[in-house]
Ligand binder design. Structure first.
Ligand code: C5P
Ligand code: MG
Length: 164
């Protein structure tokens, strides 16, 4: 099996939409970012690429490429999933944490889990998602951390016992 870890952070500014795990969250502030700034999907993308030893999100989608401006972060995670499948692996479990002081994210837990599960081809019960405040340490940032576990797409067949 393979394991990958990723994290991401974005500064929050007025008048930008906040998206987490592909879900729109009502908020006065959103991430300052070249893409849509979905910190959870960015952390997951890095975790997947790390698990297969293929660099990180900036390797696949450089942030100085105008094609990537305001690009939905779903594209990044889908691409990482494809790379993992080409390498012969599929995600079987996700554990992630989002650190944000406001707004409260609890009401969005199930939609975010469903969205991440759909993007990765998983059942939602395989997506663990915790929310934390920063206790005022980083009130102007959204942060995400994620671990993914991958298994081979095709398990090697058990050897056929020889007749003795
Ligand atoms: O950070 P703290 O431990 O004080 O958070 C308490 C609880 O508040 C968390 O366990 C989580 O359920 C919830 N929370 C939330 N949305 C946030 C931050 C925390 O729902 N943005
Ligand atoms: Mg990011």
């Amino acid at each position: 099996m393979r394991i990958g870890y990723g994290e991401d952070a974005h500064r929050l500014i007025e008048g930008r939409p906040l998206r987490l795990g592909g879900v729109a969250i009502p908020s006065e502030r959103g991430p300052l970012a070249h893409s849509d700034g979905d910190a959870l999907l960015h952390a997951l993308t890095d975790a997947l690429l790390a698990a297969i030893g293929e660099g990180d999100i900036g390797t696949l989608f450089p942030d100085d490429d105008p094609e990537n401006k305001n690009r939905p972060s779903r594209d990044f995670l889908r691409a990482a999933r494809e790379r993992a499948e080409v390498a012969g692996y599929r995600v079987i479990q996700v554990s992630a944490v989002v650190i944000l002081d406001r707004p409260k994210l609890g009401p969005y837990r199930d939609p975010i889990r469903a969205s991440v599960a759909e993007l990765l081809g998983l059942s939602p019960d395989r997506v663990g998602l915790c929310f934390k405040t920063s206790e005022g340490l980083t009130p102007d940032h959204v942060q995400a951390r994620a671990v993914v576990l991958l298994l081979p797409l095709h398990q090697p067949k058990a050897p056929v016992p020889k007749n003795t």
